[in-house]
Design a protein around this ligand. Structure first.
Ligand code: HDD
Length: 682
């Protein structure tokens, strides 16, 4: 029997090419008649060099990638708006903080530090928190992290730090992991890193969501008001959903279940209108207070606890728009700590001073041109003009003769071009005297008091997570002397910490190092603990609901509606992904059980008919679903029928495990106390 005619354009029997949308053209606007076939000599002959359509398309594709960022390569981004809620013109003349209700557009990029652009979202790592404020006085980039301190005190050590944490030089692994010899070798020899390291070993380094991270400007900056008076300031972002973290086993399993866990979560939340929000707070203090502290506020390995200098909330940021294009916006975004606006100024923090050079320099090698500021995501939204001209990829067409200054072309009646103004950025005057030296200030010399304060501010469960993270990481260290040197530092931070990590590794505790300064017992700060500040809410939380054929639709609807009413979301999972006949209707599930493990959710529920539950009780995906939820300290809601799955997994009713009707309440928490009975933490 003869088939349909063969289509010489698509190569499909009987299919004609789909047409619609705008006319496809070359990059030079020439309309294209065939985007499926290259130009050949004869229907089976060689391709012709004259095929400019083929060559242009392949040429462009061959050059699609640009160098990824040397650090923070993997990032997720969003647009939004910053609103001033409490103006502080007495402290700063920055216009974005000058008027209540004043809106400033922002672009934010969150990132991991160590992994490449294609690495997973949930390794143990510091997270970047970079905000570009497009203010009416130019762009202010607050390029911070989700941890308020940094590993090193001087920018000259940055390449060494990053080389040590990234893939080892000879073998090219591990990717996106600090658990290897070279990182811990560096740490053990650089005790200034210990404060950031203890944060990185805490649950802060495995955030549940980018929406649930605090952000910090890290360095001490300066505010300058209209009278030229200065004060010190530290910047903080506080997530409206509260700070929430994963636990280690969960984050490791997420690396298999969904490489894009954080990126997807951010994108989906914004697409659903569930806009992520942060309060913007400042800690402002003067030189007198700085002088009274037992550490140096110019040292980026130190925080100023909020019990010492309280936070003042001055604004709110809402992220309300996903990027239209990942490359154009996220990949080409260029953040520069040197982008600062009148009213804000740098401090002498030596790490910050080094950063002021590095970021501008890096953009040239990544984006290839000094005109990277003209890329839409980087361009100011206020007018900008100067005498800088030309360069690769210049897209602006300045008019007139004046491209130098001073000039007197105004006297000839021509446009003389832009001029500096007294309102412009001016550096706050500061007395500086001293010898020219390469030296580390003695006031930067205490590396143990603040890690000790951090350790002592944690809950018991958080301490167990920290000690276990040290055990995990050091268990991957093959060099005994490196491991021993780390332990000799840990016991100075706190005897209990050192002993627990040594015990967890099954090694002897070495002699302590002798610190330059005897550590102080600083007062613990409750604000540092994630668990002590947990927000009991369903907002932003995602419940995985396992159903199967015949499940009760009324129950499913009731649970879904209650959770949604409180700001949570429900994802329906079933053994098969096609439409499902239920008691009382049909539902098309969001995911199949094997591809929707419980690590993807904050809590789970099961509404199943007994025969379906019996069948699932023989399926390892269903057993794994409940076992992991239990092991990850999540709430589990079940119906009578689904009890058989729980008993097969050895799970009994108890705190957080009970009838599905209780789930809207129980799903607001994690059950930390359950953990001691589940795994041997250090
Ligand atoms: Fe950095 C990127 C944050 C110290 C050199 N850094 C980068 C990003 C963040 C941070 C969030 C990603 C920005 C984006 O999303 O595009 N960096 C920090 C913080 C630091 C810090 C909070 C300490 C307080 N960085 C630091 C030092 C140096 C750099 C000391 C070099 C001397 N950082 C860079 C860089 C990057 C960068 C190599 C890579 C890509 C880029 O700048 O644009 O220049």
């Amino acid at each position: 029997m003869a088939g349909k005619p063969f289509d010489t354009i698509t190569g499909n029997a009987g299919e004609t090419q789909q047409r619609g949308g705008a006319v496809l053209t070359t990059n030079h606007g020439i309309p294209v008649s065939d985007n499926q076939n290259s130009l050949r000599a004869g229907d089976r002959g060689p391709t012709l060099l004259e095929d400019f359509l083929l060559r242009e398309k392949i040429f462009h594709f061959d050059h699609e990638r640009i160098p990824e960022r040397i650090v923070h390569a993997r990032g997720s981004a969003a647009h939004g708006v910053f609103t001033c809620t409490d103006p502080i013109p007495d402290l700063t003349r920055a216009s974005l903080l000058s008027e209540k209700g004043k809106d400033t557009p922002v672009f934010v990029r969150f990132s991991t530090v160590a992994g490449g652009a294609g690495s997973v979202d949930t390794p143990r790592d510091v997270r970047g928190f970079a905000v570009k404020f497009y203010t009416d006085q130019g762009n202010w980039d607050l390029v911070g992290n989700n941890i308020p301190v940094f590993f090193i005190q001087d920018a000259i050590k940055f390449p060494d730090l990053i080389h040590s944490v990234k893939m080892e030089a000879d073998r090219g692994y591990p990717q996106a992991a600090s658990a290897h010899d070279t990182f811990w070798d560096f740490v053990s020899l650089m005790p200034e890193s210990l404060h950031t390291v203890i944060w990185a070993m805490s649950d802060r380094a495995i955030p549940r969501s980018l929406r649930m991270m605090e952000g910090f400007g890290v360095h001490t900056f300066k505010f300058v008001n209209g009278k030229g008076e200065t004060s010190f300031v530290k910047f903080h972002w506080r997530p409206a959903l509260g700070t929430q973290s994963l636990i280690w086993d969960e984050s490791a399993k997420l690396q298999g279940a969904d490489n894009d866990y954080h990126r997807r979560d951010l994108h989906e939340a914004i697409a659903a209108g569930d806009y992520p929000e942060w309060d913007f707070a400042v800690q402002v203090f003067d030189q007198k207070l700085a002088d009274s502290l037992p550490y140096d506020v110019l040292d980026p390995t130190k925080i100023v606890p909020e019990e010492v200098v309280p936070l003042r909330v001055v604004g709110r940021m809402v992220l309300n728009r996903n990027p239209d294009n990942h490359f154009a916006e996220n990949e080409q975004a260029a953040f520069l700590p040197s982008n600062i606006v009148p009213g804000i100024d740098f401090s002498d923090d030596p790490l910050l001073q080094g950063r002021l050079f590095s970021y501008l320099d890096t953009q040239k090698s990544r984006l290839g041109t000094t005109n990277f500021h003209q890329i839409p995501v980087n361009a100011p939204k206020c007018p900008y003009a100067n005498m800088m001209r030309d360069g690769l990829m210049q897209t602006q067409v300045p008019k007139g003769r004046a491209n130098y200054e001073p000039n007197s072309l105004d006297q000839a009646g021509e446009d003389p071009g832009p001029r500096a103004s007294a309102e412009g950025f001016s550096t706050a005057p500061q007395d500086i005297a001293g010898e020219k030296l390469r030296i580390r200030a003695e006031s930067f010399g205490d590396h143990y008091s603040q890690p000790r304060m951090y350790w002592r501010s944690m809950t018991e469960n958080e301490q167990a997570h920290i000690a276990s993270a040290f055990v995990f990481e050091l268990s991957k260290v093959g060099l005994d002397h490196v491991r021993a040197r780390v332990l000799s530092h840990l016991r100075v931070i706190d005897g209990d910490l050192g002993a627990r990590v040594a015990k967890g590794l099954g090694v002897d505790l070495p002699e302590p190092v002798t610190p330059f300064r005897e550590p102080l017992d600083l007062a613990p700060s409750d604000a540092l603990s994630v668990q002590k500040n947990w927000k009991e809410t369903l907002k932003g939380r995602k419940i995985g609901l396992l159903i199967a054929e015949g499940s009760d639709k009324a129950g499913i609807d009731k649970l879904t509606d209650t959770i949604k009413a409180e700001g949570g979301s429900v994802f329906i999972i079933a053994p098969k992904v096609g439409p499902l006949k239920l008691k009382g209707g049909t539902i098309t599930p969001g995911g199949q059980l094997a591809g929707s493990p419980s690590v993807l959710f904050d809590a789970i529920a099961m509404i199943l008919m007994p025969d379906q539950a019996d069948q699932l009780a023989r399926d390892s995906a269903a057993i794994g679903f409940v076992m992991d939820a239990f092991a990850h300290l999540k709430a589990i809601g079940h119906c009578k029928g689904s009890g058989v799955i729980l008993s097969r997994a050895g799970i009994e009713d108890g705190e957080g495990v009970g009838p599905w009707e209780d789930l809207p309440e129980t799903a607001k928490r994690r059950y930390w106390a359950r953990e001691a009975s589940l795994r041997d933490l250090a």
